[in-house]
Write a protein that binds this ligand. Structure first.
Ligand code: 5RP
Length: 213
């Protein structure tokens, strides 16, 4: 069921791809369906800006050009998945450890289309452990600061991000103020960014092929 909804969402996202555009592309199993669908339009687009090495490999395997964000400037459209989504289209992301590049591309894009299956819909964010990317030498310092905020950080041991950093997953948080929590976490020295996409939420959410109201 969930795989089918992910596939439907990935395919439905093609509706938002315009001819001649550069497409921002996220990371994950739902995005993998989108990339496969995008291959059918590869001659109609300029290329893609990718949020991870994983997506870059898949895009290139289809012959889709992967472009540098610095070279192409602001994007019209960014398509990516999520680990949780609340009714205000605020998200938790980073289950695949690609949160920082994802947040950069989301921030540089006019429209962020989030694609997902219905299991990701929640009333309040925080059941999914919140990923936080940290500079390796700051891991313990950041963990102590997060503990003081009431969270329970767990080091995702063995995972190194595409940026060479580490991930803390924060458990046990009911995030009632996502924008405030995002800002506070991002102020901790040693945090690269956190996986809350609240200050810049999604603009459009596709649950399967259904647009969230
Ligand atoms: C990667 C992400 C993904 O978008 C998120 O984990 C959802 O993944 P999937 O589509 O596999 O359920 O944030 O960092």
């Amino acid at each position: 069921m969930s795989q089918n909804e992910k596939r439907l969402a990935g395919e439905a996202a093609l509706r938002y791809v315009e001819k001649g555009a550069v497409i921002g592309v996220g990371t994950g199993s739902t995005v993998a369906f989108f990339i496969d669908a995008l291959a059918s339009m590869k001659n109609d687009i300029q290329g893609a800006v990718s949020s991870s090495e994983q997506s870059t490999r898949q895009l290139k395997s289809h012959g889709i050009d992967v472009l540098d964000l610095n070279a192409v400037g602001p994007l019209d459209i960014y398509i990516d998945g999520a680990d949780e989504c609340d009714p205000h289209k605020r998200l938790i992301k980073g289950g695949g450890a690609a949160l920082t590049r994802e947040k950069i591309i989301a921030s540089a894009s006019k429209t962020f289309v989030c694609i997902m299956d219905s299991s990701k819909q929640v009333d309040v964010l925080g059941t999914f452990p919140l990923p936080v990317e940290v500079i390796p030498m700051a891991r313990s310092h950041v963990a102590r600061e997060i503990s003081a905020m009431g969270g329970h950080p767990v080091w995702r041991d063995g995972v190194v991000t595409d940026n060479g950093n580490w991930i803390l997953d924060v458990h046990g948080w009911r995030i009632v103020d996502p924008v405030g929590t995002e800002n506070k976490l991002n102020q901790i020295v040693g945090v690269v960014t956190c996986g809350l996409f609240a200050a810049r939420p999604a603009d459009i959410v596709l649950v399967g092929d259904r647009v969230l109201g």
